[in-house]
Design a binder for this molecule. Structure first.
Ligand SMILES: Cc1cc2nc3c(=O)[nH]c(=O)nc-3n(C[C@H](O)[C@H](O)[C@H](O)COP(=O)(O)OP(=O)(O)OC[C@H]3O[C@@H](n4cnc5c(N)ncnc54)[C@H](O)[C@@H]3O)c2cc1C
Length: 464
């Protein structure tokens, strides 16, 4: 192995592998170090197993509409939780195997061990000291579990352990109603468990628009009890775990803790870099170059505490991989923000969030899905979409929604924002009939009607 190496990548998750793909194209003098199992958190215990669980839950839940659709026999259907979990793990294994391909064949350049920084160009792992011109830190994040809850032992689940269970407790509390808490509380309920969901704030899934939030909370509460606005306290009891929050006082068999994730920076030796760290121990990172301060060190993915979604982690890694092997540190424009929560209806945010807007400078167009034709046909007629545009220019700035097929609507809106399209640009798009996207057209037409540049037609007039 050459000394110094060109690059050391610490962390073999999605951000680290994305960085590695760029590094491998440009040099062979690198190592990637990963603590624990390889294959990425997303594939092992994150995006993929959670979506596999949700798919089974939604498939089973569809039976509730069968009678109305003219299909009989729904009452005879049953769900085998251990079989669902076996399928989740089997799919998980396939996704993990796909990611292992990236590091297979790297030999001594893929090191399993816990790395510690010794300086801006030195790393220790398994008693070995390595030097490199550039270091990419991609150490990911860990579920936050309050220390006093640890004695609850196996009754306490996180997303690290949930998918490993042979079966699931009958009565379960999901504490935390961010994206993961919302997705999993609803899925567990749809799998037939007795679920209570608790969130400390009044908002769910990261929504900041109070109107969309109210619609999302109402949709969730149609399926399960959701207690918001009080901090949960847990205590052990012979019959299970007692969960108290405000007026809620229940005993459950298990608790899924979904209180967010903390960057894996503890014990990494960031202090050895001689760089200023914030109160959470995170250095300042330029998300256009991924550089930490002015060092030849890059901090990417969940580890930098920025957005904690997969496509951003991959982009972080891509940028760091290019810059760690380039002559200069290049600056990259980031994509329009996009977050999707795979609840039903989907919850999503594209572009600027409501809380980031100067309300005096924007117009808001909205659509509800109760009466929308396609949504009624599909028995998915609930939800709301709110689109924000610049009051003067008509530029589409952002959207928050809790809507059927929201994952697709949000992508369309993200593209519009990315391309700096105006409301009238978007209205020129064909809207097939009957599709969920007609809800988007309703919101856009509302915006158009209130815009100073309002037009009497969605169509552009011929110029000749
Ligand atoms: C349940 C769940 C569902 C999710 N669903 C979605 C979704 O639907 N869509 C979406 O976009 N995002 C989703 N996410 C978020 C997404 O999975 C993460 O943003 C992404 O996987 C982060 O990748 P990463 O490379 O930063 O971290 P990781 O993949 O966690 O990689 C970090 C690696 O670094 C290793 N490491 C840590 N410390 C050290 C050290 N000192 N030395 C060496 N190695 C170290 C770790 O062991 C780990 O292997 C979900 C997350 C969870 C938990």
């Amino acid at each position: 192995m050459r000394d110094p190496l060109d690059v050391i990548v610490i962390g073999g998750g999605s951000a680290g592998l994305s960085a590695l793909r760029e590094v491998m194209k440009r040099t062979q003098h690198f190592v990637v170090i990963n603590d624990g199992p390889w294959g990425t958190m997303c594939a092992r215990v994150g995006c993929m197993p959670s979506k596999a669980l949700i798919a089974a839950a939604n498939a089973f839940d569809a039976r509730r509409d069968f009678q109305d659709l003219g299909i009989s026999g729904a009452n005879g259907l049953s769900l085998d939780v251990p079989a669902v979990l076996r399928r989740v793990r089997s799919l998980r294994d396939e996704f993990v195997a796909g990611n292992l391909d990236v590091t297979e064949g790297l030999g001594e350049r893929a090191i399993t061990g816990r790395a510690r920084l010794l300086s801006v160009d030195r790393v220790r792992v398994n008693g070995l000291e390595l030097r490199a011109r550039r270091i990419i830190i991609a150490t990911g994040s860990t579920p936050i579990v309050p220390k006093p809850w640890l004695p609850l032992g196996e009754r306490l689940l996180t997303t690290d352990t949930l998918f490993e269970q042979e079966t699931l407790p009958n009565r379960i509390a999901v504490v935390g109603q961010g994206a993961l808490g919302v997705e999993l509380a609803q899925a567990l309920r749809r799998l037939g468990l007795d679920v209570v969901a608790l969130g400390e704030t009044k908002t769910v899934a990261g929504l900041t628009d109070p109107e969309v939030n109210a619609v999302a909370v109402e949709a969730l509460r149609r399926e399960l009890p959701v207690h918001l606005g009080d901090k949960a306290e847990l205590s052990s009891q012979a019959a299970g775990v007692r969960v108290r929050a405000g007026h809620t006082d229940v005993v459950v068999d298990g608790v899924l803790v979904a209180l967010g994730r903390r960057p894996n920076l503890e014990g990494l030796g960031l202090d050895a870099l001689g760089i200023e760290l914030d109160a959470d121990g995170v250095p300042n990172v330029d998300t256009r170059t991924m550089q930490a301060g002015s060092l030849p060190v890059f901090l990417v993915g969940d580890a930098n505490g920025e957005s904690a979604v997969l496509h951003e982690a991959s982009d972080d890694g891509h940028i760091a991989g290019l810059n760690a092997t380039g002559k200069t540190f290049e600056c990259f424009r980031r994509r329009a923000p996009l977050t999707i929560v795979f609840s039903e209806p989907n919850i999503a945010m594209a572009g600027k969030r409501f809380a980031e807007l100067d309300v005096a400078q924007v117009l808001i167009g909205e659509a509800r899905f109760e009466h929308q034709g396609r949504a009624r046909i599909a028995q998915r007629n609930s939800g709301m979409l709110r689109v924000y545009s610049d009051r003067h220019s008509g530029l589409v700035l952002g959207a928050e929604l809790c809507a059927p097929a929201g994952e697709h609507l949000a992508h369309l809106l993200a593209l519009a924002i990315e391309r700096a399209l105006t409301v009238s640009d978007l209205l020129r798009m064909p809207f097939y009939h009957p599709v969920f996207e007609e809800g988007l057209r309703t919101a856009l037409r509302q915006l158009s009607a209130h815009s100073p540049a309002s037009k009497d037609s969605d169509l552009a007039r011929c110029t000749e």
